[in-house]
Design a protein around this ligand. Structure first.
Ligand code: DX5
Ligand code: ZN
Length: 224
């Protein structure tokens, strides 16, 4: 792995000043903007949808939108989310009866396809879809809310996924979502993560740009 991407999650931003949050991300070392869409059915919370995505999508955001769908029957909305500005679109394994079809729909829009796994879902279930996808998002909290505590078992899931990818999908994006901070970032990267989502640890800090920079330097810290 040669590159670590940081994806600040705007779920933790101050929505009265969402434009400022995007501006901060533009000026930071972040690589992506992580956008959490929740429907109140797949997860016990409701966040935001198309109008918000359309308002922040490039060129307003200079970083691509990494859209995480925590919704049931996501295939009903795949084309609309691609149209609304997603560069990466991630659906949950647990929400898709026809996951292969959902992945093909995303890719047909020229958008990168991701699959997210809840903490209880084993990574080996991705074996027969691994060659089709661009990103795996390992949930390191139960999805639905920001600011939760990191589940340590995630480290072993990253290592298992890394082993599945050996000689097969060395280019796979392995994203970790939930409770990520400078306290665990180096361990995550060492295990094989190459995209870190961070909500609270960025937006609740005194200096969000510095927090992003510190997360970004987790890669170099394990290599010196
Ligand atoms: C949780 C969301 C996360 C959330 C992470 O359901 O998928 O992206 O914003 O927030 P923190 O970093 O605060 O755990
Ligand atoms: Zn997320």
């Amino acid at each position: 792995m040669t590159h670590l991407q940081i994806a600040p999650s705007i779920l933790a931003a101050d929505f009265r000043h969402l434009g400022d949050a995007i501006q901060m991300i533009n000026e930071s070392e972040a690589d992506l903007v992580h956008v959490d869409v929740m429907d109140g059915r797949f997860v016990p919370n409701i966040s935001f949808g198309f109008p918000v995505l359309k308002a922040i999508k490039p060129p307003f955001s200079q970083k691509p939108l990494d859209v995480h769908l925590m919704i049931v029957q996501p295939e009903q909305y795949i084309d609309a989310f691609c149209e609304a500005g997603a560069s990466i679109l991630t659906v949950h394994y647990e929400a898709c009866t026809h996951l292969h079809r959902a992945i093909q729909m995303i890719k047909a829009n020229g958008v990168k396809a991701g699959v997210a796994l809840n903490p209880h879902t084993p990574v080996h279930l991705l074996s027969d879809i691994l060659d089709e996808i661009d990103l795996v998002c390992l949930m390191s909290v139960n999805p639905g809310f920001g600011g939760q505590k990191f589940i340590p078992h995630t480290l072993s899931k990253i290592q298992q996924l890394k082993m599945m990818c050996a000689n097969r999908r060395e280019d796979l994006l392995i994203e970790i979502d939930g409770g990520v901070s400078t306290a665990n970032a180096a361990a995550l990267v060492k295990s094989g993560a190459n995209v870190l989502v961070a909500g609270s640890s960025v937006f609740k800090s005194d200096d969000p740009k510095l927090s992003i920079q510190q997360l970004k330097s987790s890669y170099s810290s394990i290599n010196c």
